[in-house]
Write a protein of this length. Structure first.
Length: 97
């Protein structure tokens, strides 16, 4: 009986990180191709996964505000990269799409 519990705990410990990794990748995979995709993948995944990003629908002004908000929270992003990401997100995730 104890052996079964030990095995269960072992297997859970083994698969939890894999499941978490996979889910982070799954959101990245939902980014459409385009100019800025690479920057978004590299610069917007450091603090959280992209679930909130790919599920958001925002106007260009709202995306700009969000990206500025991330900068204020400490995102290390150059202004030209931030502009590229804002344009990419505005085109990829506009309201009503
Ligand atoms: C320095 C860490 C950090 C980086 C880098 C970062 N974020 Fe965030 N982000 C946060 C925190 C903290 C929150 C608020 C907590 C939460 O909702 O998980 C957040 C929340 C969000 C949200 C939900 C709130 C909203 O405004 O709709 C979106 C969307 C978002 N981030 C997009 C981005 C994008 C796009 C990038 C890349 C430009 C990015 N984040 C990079 C820290 C960061």
């Amino acid at each position: 009986m104890r052996g079964i519990f030990a095995a269960l705990i072992f297997v859970t410990g083994l698969f939890t990180p894999i499941a978490l990794l996979w889910s982070a990748d799954a959101w990245v995979a939902m980014l459409p191709a385009g100019d800025g995709q690479q920057e978004t993948k590299e610069l917007c995944t450091g603090c959280h996964n992209l679930q909130k990003v790919v599920q958001s629908r925002k106007t260009p002004q709202e995306w700009e505000r969000s990206v500025n908000d991330m900068l204020a929270r400490g995102a290390q992003i150059f202004p030209d990269e931030a502009e590229k990401i804002t344009k990419y997100l505005s085109a990829s995730f506009p309201p009503g799409k």
